[in-house]
Design a binder for this molecule. Structure first.
Ligand code: ADP
Ligand code: MG
Length: 685
């Protein structure tokens, strides 16, 4: 049978219909999607330890010679426990297996194997529990792939299936990048990149494969975005005429910044321009507090003056309610009707909202996903606004847009990303940037500190609470799972160091207990709440609301607080292990304080960070402009963080998952991928 990328996975030998169905669940339907099912992480089997240096609890590789045949015994639970004596010259070790009688035939006395598994150590007694192993040879690969898997079809079966194809020397994938591009950008060939990503022979090779595959994704993504834009040109469009906006300007109660004026003009031109062929598709990007809301309100005003309704969708109920309060104040002064629609309101109010939306009595409806349900029928929807756009899938936005005929769309993003990058990533949107803050904004005083100042920092937090303020303490990974010894694909680069990576993992693990220590030992007299990503929605919002009502003094949290919480009374934020965050992320976090009338502080804790990290944290001390910070971040860490943070938006492009590009640490490659795509999109039309 000749196998091509389009060959159905079920036709491969060894894949029955049951296995096929399981693979389909993982998105693997064809040989092509199998080969593009990249490892999520690697076991670092090349990082060989000696028995003498093995630490209790760690997962590592060892090269051991079997010194005697296995002994076995029955455990109390009825399992057969096999013990294989082995050693490596620095010490001896017992390798244990359960119920695997065949090991006496596969682990031969006098032969050497590479074992990889979890160590337990009691003094000099070292055991290695149920490790994987392979006969030792010089040519063993240092990195062993671990795949996203599913129940009944595990990672090693996926590996076997992939190996069947890529281990055949005659396997050649048709190249999908133009020759001149491969040459100019010095990229690996497609075949070699796919082989390498699954079975890497070195860190350098894997870095080159990631680079090639990221380029391929971005190039495809950009071509696709260009084409999508072309088809959208033909969409119907709700016709808006120009209108007098002086009443609106008078009602907002402040003078817009120049940046806001510019953005409002751009929106106005999109909505009312005579020559526009397609509806508005615009993103407004601006720092937290830069005043995006008024731009959206302006658009809603223009829509209502044209007899159209507006739907504003926010990612959380808290945000929706905030917008509702704001908009009600402004729009009732202008004689317009505003309604709130979230799942948590009385049935009577919901019914009332549905009725007034369908009758056209309501000019602006503000809500959560509740807006998408079938019960919501608009009389005349002309504008959709999505706040914090990265929290919505494009499917949700499209669903809302479909409730109107040729409705315009405005999305607002609080992730300041450089405009050039935004144009690249959001190829199907126009981009407006608010890169200026309203006057009188107090800057958040930011300081980078290390462990020596810890007591002083705790005292400072206590003093702030005593003065009536509240505090955030952010930790990188309260929900981090156990140290499984795996190195995620994202972390691997040519200069990857397993030692520094492992020490990072250890520090994150420590954060789990830290949250508890804070409430029981550090701040026993204060009210401390926790918030983390694994909590249920209701639990989470109960904690957030308690903090908002001032019933908690300190909120210990992972980065889930980034979006959707506004507590003007919070004046201090302590970020633990600040060096593991991207700068843009730190900047986002910091935006949670300094929202009220109080002097505010952000303390970035980092212990023995590298040179790079120190200079990054210094930038945070000096710079409050999110766009400048983002530029710096992009230069230093590459676009991977931005791409991952905007994952939802990007996933819309369906088949083209930006899987590798999310691990990209080279901004130049991104831009060149887009320049080439630009060139080829013209040639192919
Ligand atoms: P974000 O961009 O984070 O959504 P908002 O639109 O919520 O920011 O604005 C933050 C605060 O700043 C609001 O209270 C808003 O009324 C106020 N604001 C916005 N623009 C101006 C301005 N030009 N002058 C003074 N205050 C402003
Ligand atoms: Mg906002």
């Amino acid at each position: 049978m000749t196998v091509t990328l389009d060959t159905d996975i079920k036709r491969l030998s060894g894949v029955g219909s049951a296995s096929g169905a399981k693979l389909n669940k993982l998105g693997i339907t064809t040989v092509g999607s199998l080969l593009y099912h990249f490892p999520r992480a690697y076991e670092f089997r090349g990082n060989v330890k000696t028995v003498a240096s093995a630490e209790d609890g760690e997962t590592a590789a060892f090269i051991l010679t079997v010194t005697a045949p296995p002994t076995y015994a029955k455990t109390r639970s009825g399992l057969m426990l096999f013990k294989v004596p082995a050693g490596d010259g620095t010490g001896s070790c017992i390798v244990t297996f359960f119920n695997q009688a065949y090991i006496k035939n596969t682990l031969l006395t006098g032969s050497s194997y590479r074992f990889y598994g979890k160590v337990s150590r009691r003094g000099r007694h070292v055991e290695l529990h149920s490790p994987v192993y392979e006969p030792y040879s010089e040519s063993l690969l240092p990195l062993y792939p671990v795949y996203p898997a599913t129940e009944g079809f595990g990672s090693s079966r996926i590996n076997k299936l992939i190996s069947l194809i890529i281990d055949r020397p005659d396997t050649v994938l048709p190249e999908n990048l133009p020759d001149e591009v491969i040459e100019a950008e010095q990229l690996m060939s497609r075949t070699e990149a796919i082989r390498t990503i699954h079975h890497p022979c070195s860190l350098e090779a894997i870095a080159a494969a990631k680079r090639r595959l990221a380029f391929e994704e971005l190039f495809g993504f950009a071509l696709n975005a260009r084409r999508q834009r072309k088809t959208e040109d033909a969409l119907p469009r709700a016709e808006f005429h120009g209108c007098d906006c002086s009443e609106f300007r008078a009602a907002i109660g402040f003078e817009p910044t120049n940046a806001q004026k510019r953005v409002m003009n751009e929106i106005y031109a999109d909505l009312t321009g005579k020559d526009n062929r397609s509806p508005m598709r615009r993103m407004v990007s601006g720092d937290v507090g830069s005043g995006k809301t008024v731009c959206a309100q302006f658009a809603a005003y223009v829509a209502s003056e044209n007899g159209y309704q507006t739907a504003l969708m926010a990612p959380t109920e808290i945000l929706a309610r905030q917008h509702y309060e704001d908009c009600k104040k402004l729009f009732s002064a202008l004689g317009k009707t505003v309604k709130l629609l979230v799942s948590d309101i009385p049935a009577k109010d919901k019914k009332d909202a549905y009725e007034s939306i369908s009758a056209g009595d309501c000019d602006l409806v503000i809500g959560t996903h509740a807006l998408i349900t079938e019960k919501v029928v608009f009389k005349n929807l002309g504008l959709v606004v999505c706040d914090e756009q990265h929290r919505f899938g494009v499917g949700q936005r499209e669903a809302l847009l479909k409730k109107g005929d040729g409705a315009h769309m405005l999305v607002m993003s609080a992730t300041p990303i450089p405009r050039t990058l935004a144009l690249v990533l959001f190829g199907d949107l126009d981009v407006s940037v608010i890169d200026e803050m309203p006057p009188g904004r107090r800057e958040v005083r930011t300081a980078y500190r290390d462990e020596e100042s810890r007591d002083k920092i705790y005292d400072f937090i206590k003093a702030q609470v005593k003065a009536g303020r509240q505090a955030y303490i952010v930790c990188p990974g309260i929900e981090e799972t156990e140290d499984d010894g795996l190195i995620p694909l994202e972390a691997l680069s040519a200069d990857f160091s397993p030692e520094s990576y492992n020490s990072q993992v250890k520090r994150r693990k420590a954060a789990v207990n830290y949250a508890e220590t804070l409430s029981t030992e550090v701040f026993p007299e204060l009210r401390v709440g926790y918030l983390h990503g694994k909590m249920k929605g209701a639990e989470k919002s109960a904690v957030m609301k308690a903090f908002e009502r001032g019933e908690l003094d300190i909120l210990v949290s992972t980065t889930v607080i980034e979006v959707g919480i506004n507590v003007p009374n919070a004046s201090v934020m302590l970020v633990e292990d600040a060096d593991v965050f991207g700068l843009s992320q730190l900047h986002q976090l910091r935006g949670r304080v300094g929202r009220g009338k109080y002097a505010s502080y952000c303390i970035l804790m980092a212990n023995s960070p590298g040179q790079n990290a120190v200079s990054r944290l210094k930038i945070m001390e000096q710079e409050n402009n999110g766009y400048k910070i983002a530029e710096f971040d992009l230069k230093q860490r590459g676009p991977g963080d931005f791409i991952r943070d905007n994952g939802e938006k990007i996933r819309q492009h369906g088949a083209l998952k930006l899987r590798m590009a999310g691990a990209l640490d080279d901004a130049k490659l991104l831009y060149s991928a887009f320049e080439w795509a630009e060139k080829y999109s013209k040639e192919s039309v």
